[in-house]
Unconditional design. Structure first.
Length: 128
């Protein structure tokens, strides 16, 4: 059973995820694959070191890539946000740390105007 989708896993797999293909081998359950992907990114482990309880790492990786390419992850995110909004479980908190906000290289300073008009604007009397 998937630890990360215990509340909304059933409705999610019905509306957002692919069906098992008719040809070839059987797919591992979607919830187990999502749990394997979550485990990989939470622990930072390499794909080849994925525990055996999640099945073949190649299958998990291939399904992650397939879902990323065809937009499945976007549909999953939208579904989860809509469900949380309906349940009034959604609270948005935005925090910006100024140490990571970077300005464009040209934002460091404006060029100084040269000539008599610049001196006049800076409060210096025109020597002429």
């Amino acid at each position: 059973m998937c630890r990360c989708l215990t509340r909304s896993g059933r409705g999610l797999s019905r509306c957002s995820l692919h069906r098992t293909p008719k040809r070839g081998g059987r797919w591992r359950e979607h919830r187990q694959v999502i749990d394997a992907i979550a485990f990989k990114f939470q622990t930072g482990t390499q794909w080849v070191h994925l525990p055996d309880r999640y099945g073949s790492w190649r299958g998990v990786y291939n399904r992650l890539r397939m879902w990323a390419v065809d937009g499945t992850w976007e549909r999953v995110f939208i579904t989860l946000v809509v469900q949380a909004d309906v349940d009034e479980d959604l609270t948005w908190a935005v925090s910006v740390d100024s140490t990571i906000v970077r300005a464009h290289q040209h934002a460091a300073g404006a060029r100084k105007k040269r000539g008599p008009s610049a001196a006049f604007l800076n409060g210096v009397k025109d020597p002429c």
